[in-house]
Design a binder for this molecule. Sequence first.
Ligand code: AHM
Ligand code: MG
Length: 341
Amino acid sequence: MTAQPESKLITLEEFIIQSQSKFPGAKGELSQLLRDIGLAAKIISREVNKAGITNILGYDGTKNVHGESVKKLDLFADQQLISALERSGITSMVISEENDGIVKLSCEGGKYIVYMDPLDGSSNIDVNVSIGSIFSIYMRDGDFDKPAKDAEALQPGNRQVAAGYVLYGSSTTLAYTTGAGVSLFTLDPSLGEFMLSDRRVEIPKHGRIYSINEGSYNSWDLGLKKYIKYCQEEDPETGRPYSARYIGSMVADIHRTLIKGGIFIYPHSKNYPEGKLRLMYECNPLGFIIEQAGGMATDGKIRVMDIEPNAIHQRTPIYIGSPENVEHVMDFLHEYEGQVG
Ligand code: AHM
Ligand code: MG
């Protein structure tokens, strides 16, 4: 790969401004919001990288609203993102994995509602494995002169105006979409800037990697068991067996799926009858990204982004990735629906 000449390097800020100028009449508010999230991501990235040295790693002794232990970095990330959104003064409500209720910001009439998982994959923080932040942006459908009402927060994923993630891995990567493809940026630590690394990323139509927590095998539906066995069977013609990869940080697993193709699955099981992952701040935004890159995201029956939400912290099963892989697993689920084994 030839290195880009310095003059061709584009920062996240420049890219957002260029993209906005393609829409005459755009007021730049969404651009401002994305830039603020980008700034918070840089601060979180810096803290994640120095976490081991500054002893910020580990539990802070409290539990979040779902009874899970909260690590100090989760709280730090939550605070950084909320203050970035407060600063831009255009967001009225924030819903975060770390807060039970809706966080109302001082700009009560603000147009935007932001869902976020400030630091996903928290079980990986202590062990120096990739973690990520996820965000999902909606526009209120109410009257902007009046304070936002809680009910305005419950919109299906197909109404997202933008979504993205930040992956704190061997480098820090930011991906976002506003519904016109997915762009990828890499943080250059020497410049302190996210630089454009892929203007329009596309997921392979088919991939040879499956990603699922196989420890729960015994509590899966028969169709899923059969599909995973299919992935493991030897058949050189179809490139099987596929490889298994599971990091346990959804952002990292989805980023790999986006680049290399394949499928990521978090099904419902005995322990998680509704699935484990959160519809509004995990599955919808990552579903939007994957769809915008040419992939698919379903709950096993319908498109994830068409699920009508009834609670801000609602969970859903998810089958997400390359379109051919997702369609294939759906065939298995249909074929064995209702059967046990
Ligand atoms: P978290 O929000 O508490 O970090 O949980 C979400 C994470 C996802 O990143 C990941 O895909 C999943 O939980 C892993 O769960 P499991 O350990 O059950 O496989
Ligand atoms: Mg999470």
